[in-house]
Design a binder for this molecule. Sequence first.
Ligand code: RUQ
Ligand code: CUA
Length: 659
Amino acid sequence: MKIKQAINLTAISAAVLALSFSTGCRPETAGSVSVGDAASKVYVAPGQHDEFYNIVSGGFNGQMSVVGLPSGRVLKILPVFSAHPENGYGYTEESKPMLNTAHGFVPWDDLHHIAISTTNGEHDARWAFGNANNTPRIARVDLTSFETVEILEIPNSAGNHSSPFITENTEYVVASTRFSVPVGTDEENDVPIETYKENFKGTVSFIKVGDKGDMSIAFQLVTPGVNFDLARAGKGKSHGWFFFSTYNTEQAHTLLEVNASQRDKDFIMAVNWKKAEEYIKAGKGKTVKAKYAHNKLDHDTHMATSTIMEEVLQLDPKELKDIIYFIPCPKSPHGTDVDPSGEYIVGSGKLAALIPVFSFTKLMEAIDNQDFEGEYDGFPIVRYESALHGVVEKPGLGPLHTEFDGRGNAYTSMFVSSEVVKWSIETLEVLDRQPTFYSVGHLSIPGGPTAKPHGKYLVAYNKITKDRYLPTGPELAHSAQLFDISGDKMQLLLDFPTIGEPHYAEAFPAHLIKDKQVKIYKIEDNKHPYVTKGPGEAKVVRDGNKVHVYMTSIRSHFGPDNIEGVKVGDEVYFHVTNLEQDWDIPHGFAIKGANTAELLIMPGATQTLKWTPDRPGIFPFYCTDFCSALHQEMQGYLRVSPANSTVALKYSVGDTEED
Ligand code: RUQ
Ligand code: CUA
């Protein structure tokens, strides 16, 4: 038995290795483009704007980046789940609560997927949602200020990979767990790992999104203990349903590389969430204890708060019928994608040699006729052939993700054979294939996952860069490639490096948001408890060993700019209000020896730096953002005296000296 298993393992490992990129997957055709033609298509003349905003996940950097398309120019890095030195996110006293969790402060996570809000299945681009994989959370970014404004932790989840995916009208953001784990109290969860099959469960969380975007967990489905990889909501005719790819339906807990690839087929799990809603309305949910953080940024106070929630509502689909059905899907499906009409569901089995396409109409018929081929953990398995629209034969090796152009075509990324394959949804014929450099993961077409894709471009987000750019030591630039997909054949136009490792990205037309941008925060609306609304109000107040500096910044001075009477052992809080009311005039703040942060303060906002002087002396502070011709003059001095000194607190605001 042991020996047999070992042989098995070697054979499978060898097969997997042969498929993997390490043996070389360099596409045969070199990436040649007609330079003049391609260059003119991506050329955005100086002073002109890009046509699309592209919001790109940064993978293990926990950020999103904002890229213009077709130019590929990086416009901004948006910190979401990671502290970010550029603007103090996660460092300033105001923003630290955003990164609080039930496990405490988590300054770095892993962000894979972007979901741009939709109405009637089309992008409205009010918000961008992103997932934290490691410590499960969903974030909401406001696309008028390009700030993370809300983060909601997800209890009973581990490895929040299959998220965030949204329903047609952004009714829900949905998140499912990658790792199944015991779902009980901390004490109940202390079980032997080998009891996986009896004790480990999956969960799918439906997070309600309010009119203003506010998130709350409406309910959680407890599912069989499998791994969820990705998901998509139904739309159009399939609105009300949700589709999740699963792997490890073998329920292995060790050596998954081998043990989770035993079955010929895993499943796409179809969830009737309208039905689940009915059960919730009928009071069938069960409230269970769960600890998770809910963090929000308040734009009036410019402060984030973190609240620890205590319970969550769960539904048990085992007792409540007609919520969950399993559809067999070959070989560890990674992506599951729904076409713009909502009729076709594409499963991409990463170890499969074909791409199955399911029909929603047929799926409904099969469910109505109870056309099942058995049960999985008590849930009906719909007969594969009955739900199948057809398969794409010989698409390539290692299908991962599929996007749509709105003209009846689908585009699937092939990780192992490093290519994008275009095929017809109706006839399932392969129409074109183009190499990617190299090992492509996600694809993104502007509007690609919506009911109304914009077609035109496709971006391939690649895992390996190898020789595409000037080398930069052991780690090379991560890479995206832009294709023109407006014609019959795809045409490679541009390589551009990305920030972090790109996973999913979504792009939408710039006109949706570009005239809605927040330019300043009105100083009269600033409700920060330590705001200073004019240079005359600047002051320094001692409260025991806490010293609060109410400071203003305006081109080109700080008020106050001379401070004395601070002592070793004090906790000094610099609450700096930027009095500017002009677009694009932030001021910075830094003081020597500060080991918490610097600040970057937007016009009209207040931000706080906490500083604990550790020795007597003179400590200069200055503005870190080049704000005017006199930026270098924007500086000041703070005197620190020994703990027992009698130097009186004293500060000066411009000319006036006060005690
Ligand atoms: S995954 S490369 Cu983390 Cu979206 Cu498929
Ligand atoms: Cu303010 Cu430089």
